[in-house]
Structure formats: structure tokens, C-alpha cells
Design a protein. Sequence first.
Length: 162
Amino acid sequence: MTAAYVALGANLGDPLATLRWAREALARLGTVTGVSALYRTAPVGGPVGQPDYLNAVLQLETDLRPPDLLAGLHRLEAEAGRERRERWEARILDLDLLLCGEEVWDTPGLTLPHPRAWGRAFVLAPLADLAPELVHPGTGERVAAALRRVGMAGVTRQAADW
């Protein structure tokens, strides 16, 4: 079994209900062993005028290889009603594979660790709830240090238990 970290985000429909559904649905891909607090975040990139996101990170113990886990995440997004039309658009559900053990991948369909995770407060804040001392396999930077570097602008903790 490998510890994987999955970022969850939603800003369309009922984001809280969608994230709760996703938390339960992720158990199909492994065992959920950690759940961060819930954060409200301003949209980063994409079309202007999007509503704020709700974001969280889950730790998942899984025996799936990274490409299979990513395919499972995409299936769950589709099951929730996500349609991929425009990069960084508003979405019903976004599930990003941040890390899968210490695996490093650089393929057209999968990059691990997630290439933008260590630069985004809306990922780092919930990830720090679960694993502040987790080290980026490529750079050696710890999650807590990356969060201090990036800062918390646009990110507000909403609820520890959701």
C-alpha cells in the first residue's frame, strides 16, 4: 500500500455536498486515512467571475499504480458530472493527484508530484493539515516551508470537520 494525497475542489452546484460525496467515493480507490480541514479559496487562473472554491486534501492508502489511480479520479469526476471544456474553468468537482508515495512521473498523461502543488496555497494549506513535514520528492522542500513561502492570501479555513 502506498500513501497518496488527493486534492479536492469544487465551485459549482453544491460544493460542500459534492466534496462530501467525493470523500466517500474515494474509498473505492483505497482507504481514506486522513482528511484535511475545508478551505474557501479565491479562484486561480481561468475565466473571470468564477465563484470561490471549497478545497480539501485527502490521504489515501492504495495499491493502485499512479496511472490507474489517476484514471479512477477522472472516473469519479465524470460520475459527479464534470465536463472538461476549458482549462481552469469553474467545475463541479476537481480531483488532483498530488503525490503517490515517492513516485516521480513525467509522462504526457501524468506528472508526479503535481507540477503546481508546491506553489498553490489552496493545495498547501489543506496538505499541511495532514502532512506538514512531507517532502517534495524532487526539490526536498517540506509542505510547511512551501506554505510559509507562498502565504495564505485568498485562502480561508472554513471547517475542521466536514
